[in-house]
Design a protein. Structure first.
Length: 94
């Protein structure tokens, strides 16, 4: 599902760019203000959809957070400091 929202967001962002370019073209050629207004409304709607898809993608994929560690990773049998202590005390006995 995250892959679908990812690609859907890319498509909608591409559509936002197209509507923006079309609106700029209409503005430069002196087109109808009504057309410019409709294009601006469409662009804002597409941007809202793109934002919702981006947020959905982040939510579905975990938002780029590191994967959860397993119980063994969180509570190893011996930490490095403990291992150094054991090594130091065992060499002192010799």
């Amino acid at each position: 599902m995250g892959t679908f929202t990812y690609f859907a967001a890319i498509v909608v962002m591409f559509l936002v760019a197209l509507v923006l370019i079309r609106g700029l073209y209409n503005l430069m050629k002196g087109g109808s203000p009504m057309t410019s207004n409709k294009l601006m409304q469409l662009r804002i709607l597409l941007q809202a959809i793109a934002l919702a898809l981006i947020m959905a993608t982040l939510w579905l994929t975990g938002g780029g957070r590191a994967p959860k560690t397993s119980e063994m990773d969180r509570h190893p049998a011996m930490t490095m400091a403990q291992a150094e202590t054991v090594l130091a005390t065992s060499t002192n006995r010799l």
